[in-house]
Design a protein around this ligand. Structure first.
Ligand code: MG
Length: 396
């Protein structure tokens, strides 16, 4: 007699998802969505076997998705999810498991804690499902107008795997065959009066239903190596009538002296980005002794730093700079500076911070001898050690 079998339901056509491929076979973090779930159950010590219910047309897709995994041969599903589960349960009769965990293939991030919680609950109740309390206020609506506010007290969001004693849920499904309004297996159990416990679910155990869900899952779980870099620069004032700050020309009663255009803001941001990827400083890439940088527009330096990040497969997450001076005033130019920096780096404008401050008349900036700038930059580099896939082991 077998202890616990996971029954993964992957027979759907994923019509809400669009595209040619059923959603459970779409790629997430380099592997089919279905494969993530299969591996979660195979890796759990209390799960003895894993069976998948597939659509009859998907045999080749399944073979590729489960390649090399020690799962049972798949069985074909039926016209509805409920039919597919019943057929999957029927297929386990010769194994006669004590318990079965019925799981939606579209939940690729089911973790060991949820699986353990469901299995443990089955020691004292015939059924158990992971669920989360509803925290949003619920509205009933029609024609985009609220018709009522629904009391959320005692309301839960049901997840999978939903666990049952095998004989009980097989019997329940047989008795409910033909009822078309049951959207999960707990509802089938409820229909025949089986008690079902609620155990803690997880926000991580999300269901990939839409393209947006898939993108969110990629962002959340395929992360990266997040680095922060710091930059600081000072240029002194000299005779002149304009300064260039963060790529914007501003009329002033002095100019900033330097080898290039002396854009103290862009220099600080450039050093912050270089610092985040440990690529030295602006002077090591653009030596002041090199005549080709005389009077250069400083966006050249910033673009170079961004190119170094891109060359490593990384991306700049955000930059933030503070310009420190008594004059000129920064506020009137702040939006233009942020737009210019965003434009140079190819960032959305809300990923660039530009701020001005004074030193209350103190120090060299207070005496109007020059301008200082401080910057930070966040860079995200691809890093296998921060990748969800890598944490769960190499593809099998
Ligand atoms: Mg400088």
């Amino acid at each position: 007699m077998t202890g616990c079998v996971a029954l993964v339901v992957a027979a759907g056509r994923g019509r809400r998802f669009g595209g040619d491929l059923p959603k459970q076979y779409r790629t997430l973090a380099g592997q089919p969505i279905l494969r993530h779930g299969l591996r979660a159950f195979l890796d759990h010590p209390a799960v003895d076997a894993v069976r998948t219910v597939i659509h009859a047309d998907d045999a080749d897709l399944f073979a590729a998705a489960a390649d090399g995994l020690a799962v049972l041969p798949p069985v074909p599903g039926g016209d509805s999810r409920q039919d597919s589960v019943r057929l999957g349960l029927e297929s386990l009769e010769s194994l006669a498991p004590q318990t079965v965990l019925i799981h939606d293939a579209a939940r690729p991030f089911v973790g060991p804690a949820i699986i353990s919680g469901v299995i443990e609950a089955l020691e004292s109740v015939p059924g158990a499902i992971p669920a989360l309390p509803v925290s949003d206020t619920l509205k009933r609506g029609a024609d985009a107008r609220i018709t009522a506010t629904v009391d959320r007290q005692d309301l839960w969001r049901a997840q999978t795997p939903q666990g049952f004693r095998y004989a009980d849920i097989l019997d329940a499904h047989r008795r409910c065959a033909g009822d078309s309004d049951l959207t999960d297996d707990a509802a089938v159990a409820e229909r025949v009066g089986l008690p079902v416990a609620l155990v803690p679910g997880s926000e991580d155990n999300l269901k990939v239903t839409t393209e947006e869900d898939l993108q969110r899952a990629e962002r959340r779980f395929a992360g990266g190596d997040v680095r922060t870099g710091l930059g600081f620069d000072v240029h002194r004032f000299g005779p002149g009538d304009t300064v260039v700050l963060c790529g914007v020309e501003i009329a002033h009663d002095a100019t900033l002296l330097g080898h290039s255009d002396a854009d103290v803001g862009l220099h600080a941001i450039t050093d912050a980005i270089l610092g985040a990827v440990a690529e030295g400083d602006i002077g090591s890439h653009f030596p002041p002794s090199d005549p080709q940088w005389r009077g250069a527009a400083s966006d050249v330096f910033l673009r170079h730093a961004a190119a170094l990040v891109a060359a490593r497969g990384g991306r700049i997450g955000h930059v933030d700079v503070t310009l420190i001076c008594e004059a000129p005033r920064i506020a009137p130019h702040r939006a233009a500076m942020a737009r210019r920096v965003a434009d140079i780096l190819g960032l959305p404008s809300d990923a660039v911070g530009v701020k001005g401050t004074t030193t209350e008349g103190l120090g060299f900036t207070g005496r109007g001898e020059g301008i200082a700038a401080q910057a930070v930059a966040t860079v995200v580099l691809p890093d296998p050690s921060a990748n969800w896939l890598a944490r769960t082991g190499p593809p099998r």
